[in-house]
Design a protein around this ligand. Structure first.
Ligand SMILES: CC(C)(COP(=O)(O)OP(=O)(O)OC[C@H]1O[C@@H](n2cnc3c(N)ncnc32)[C@H](O)[C@@H]1OP(=O)(O)O)[C@@H](O)C(=O)NCCC(=O)NCCSC(=O)CCCCC(=O)O
Length: 359
């Protein structure tokens, strides 16, 4: 669907060599001089898989096209180099929930003034997203108060909503009332392997069965625009009930830069849904998932952060039952500041899994 003649592209597609900042010099992002991409990481270059050093989350996935006032589409991406109209789609073949939430927050953020920032969002995933067609985002300006603005966004495909998302934005305000939990003590990112390095380590195990080789190789080939460093990952062949908790370091793949906090909140919305729901399955190794999907997703943004810098994702599932599971998460900056809190319920339909070793 080409943008309507009246609609201008909100974020001109970055031409070859255009830095993300100049392509993003619009509502979501104050134009800022791009720093050279020289970010040092524990594992040397940012990522050997990054042909485009600027995060694809910024240059494409969250770069919506304005079709009309308060109406956006992600359709432009099918003119990019990606297959289809969406950058990465999970093997479930439903649109990744984090993508729809992140894009809905982009659409909402484009309708509020520059000096207020997202502090919370609450969504329901009401239909599975179709990876074969673009998504339209319709923004409803619910209220603009002195300190808070509230938006409701409908993500639409085939004329039906797939997601409804309410978000609230607040003007910067100081307060003497402030507290937070203490960040968990875990190994630093530099001491850990990335998810890809772990998979490559598992694949080198001569005893690994063909079935798991295929699965791990497929996982390795996925172009997920997120980098992950699991902490104490379970041995892939262990079939034991684990505590419904997991910690991993996470960041956007590629460079984003200081930019605008609205942009980093949209990227965090994308990141927060990855590998989140499966926390609820960790104790239930004896069951195989037939169907699994996020039902809702809530986030609270507490303090400024950089979504392209390592953050600790502390995930736990306090409850599961009635084919549902609840997961709660906290994203911590490396300096110990609690940046974001998340919560989500998902639906699981399972069957007993055949007791077989992965070796
Ligand atoms: C499916 C939703 C959530 C509910 O809609 P509803 O119409 O009520 O569907 P269900 O009746 O629940 O059926 C859905 C589906 O499941 C099959 N089903 C139903 N009951 C059972 C059962 N007891 N045992 C086995 N299978 C069952 C049934 O066959 C249905 O399939 P179908 O009818 O053949 O289609 C609906 O609201 C919905 O889809 N919402 C959108 C959910 C969504 O898209 N979420 C975001 C994407 S999921 C995600 O991104 C997170 C992935 C997590 C992965 C990770 O953590 O790494």
């Amino acid at each position: 669907m080409a943008a309507s003649s009246g609609g201008k592209k909100l974020l001109p597609e970055p031409s070859k060599g255009t830095s993300a900042a100049s392509a993003h010099s619009s509502i979501l992002r104050k134009s800022s001089s791009e720093k050279p991409v020289t970010e040092a990481t524990g594992s040397g270059s940012k990522s050997s898989r990054n042909e485009d050093l600027h995060s694809v989350l910024v240059t494409s996935v969250l770069n919506l096209e304005r079709l009309d006032l308060d109406l956006y589409s992600n359709e432009h991406s099918n003119r990019c180099t990606f297959t289809g109209t969406h950058h990465w789609v999970p093997r479930s073949r439903m649109l990744f929930g984090g993508q729809i939430v992140g894009q809905a927050l982009v659409a909402a953020a484009m309708s509020v003034s520059e000096n207020i920032y997202a502090h919370s969002l609450h969504c329901y995933f009401v239909r599975a997203g179709d990876p074969k067609v673009p998504v339209l985002y319709q923004v409803d300006r619910i209220r603009d108060g002195k300190s808070f603005s509230v938006r409701s966004v409908k993500a639409i495909q085939h004329g039906n909503p797939i997601l409804i998302c309410q978000s609230s934005f607040q003007r910067k305000m100081e307060s003497p009332i402030h507290h937070q939990f203490t960040m968990p003590v875990v190994p630093s990112p530099n001491e850990l392997l990335t998810q890809e390095e772990l998979i490559q380590k598992y694949l080198r195990d001569p005893a690994l069965t063909e079935k798991y080789k295929v699965g791990l190789t497929k996982l390795l080939a996925e172009e997920v625009p997120i980098e992950i460093k699991p902490i104490n990952p379970p041995e892939y062949y262990r079939r034991v009930a684990l505590e419904s908790k997991q910690h991993f370091w996470v960041r956007a793949r590629g460079y984003i830069g200081e930019g605008n906090m609205k942009l980093h909140c949209c990227v965090a919305a994308y990141i927060s849904d990855y590998s989140f729901l499966r926390t609820a399955l960790l104790p239930h190794f004896q069951y195989k998932v037939k169907f699994m999907a996020s039902l809702d997703h809530s986030m609270w943004f507490h303090a400024p952060f950089r979504s392209d810098e390592w953050m600790l994702y502390e995930c736990e599932s306090p409850w599961a039952g009635s084919c549902r599971g609840l997961v709660q998460g906290r994203l911590w900056k490396q300096d110990g500041v609690l940046a974001v809190s998340c919560a989500q319920e998902g639906v699981f339909y399972v069957k007993p899994s055949a007791a077989e070793s992965k070796l």
